[in-house]
Design a protein around this ligand. Structure first.
Ligand code: HEC
Length: 149
């Protein structure tokens, strides 16, 4: 085989690899959507979101508050979930991107409690994952503007 035809064969093989559709299954989870899933119902920070942080067992506030008995999360990440203002200030990795009003899919608060963990561990660190209803409440609260309501 001449050098030219060898190059041509290599180029064809390469093109076949690049152009061929990859053989993958369906997506493992639905793509995240920023839209409010229930526009008729307002999510309240105090009633819905803070109570998720407080809920036992594996309470977020058990780790992410300066006055918690074991303030591991607060000490390591700087994130204090005990008030609206400290939540919005975020932690050392998230900063104010912890909650991006209108963009739940990009908010670190959502990413850290779902499969999309961008760094560290999925939260709550030592407990069962939040159920879908709680995760959707957090998403909808952010989609609605993440108000102090
Ligand atoms: C047992 C202690 C513990 C519990 C409970 C816990 N966390 Fe954490 N959290 C940590 C630690 C330690 C880190 C730092 C390491 C990491 O990012 O994985 C952290 C980091 C975070 C961060 C990243 C902050 C930053 O900017 O670096 C977020 C967001 C977070 N936690 C949210 C939550 C939420 C929401 C809950 C409740 C659903 C929760 N955590 C429950 C210990 C905890």
């Amino acid at each position: 085989m001449t050098r030219i035809s060898l190059i041509a064969v290599c180029a064809l093989l390469l093109a076949a690899c690049v152009l061929e559709e990859p053989d993958v299954g369906p997506p493992l989870r639905e793509a995240c959507v920023n839209a409010d899933s229930d526009p008729g119902t307002d999510v309240s920070y105090t009633r819905d979101i803070l109570s998720i942080f407080e809920a036992m067992p594996g309470s977020c506030l058990g780790c992410h508050a300066p006055n918690a008995p074991t303030p591991l999360g607060f000490e390591i990440s700087g994130l204090d979930l005990s008030t609206y203002q400290t939540l919005r200030s975020g932690g050392q990795n998230s900063g104010t991107d912890i909650v991006i009003a209108g963009q739940p899919c990009d908010s670190y608060l959502v990413l850290k409690v779902t499969d999309g963990v961008p760094f560290g561990a999925r939260m709550p660190l030592s407990g069962a994952p939040l159920d879908d209803i709680k995760i959707q409440l957090i998403r909808d609260w952010i989609a609605e503007g993440a108000l102090d309501n």
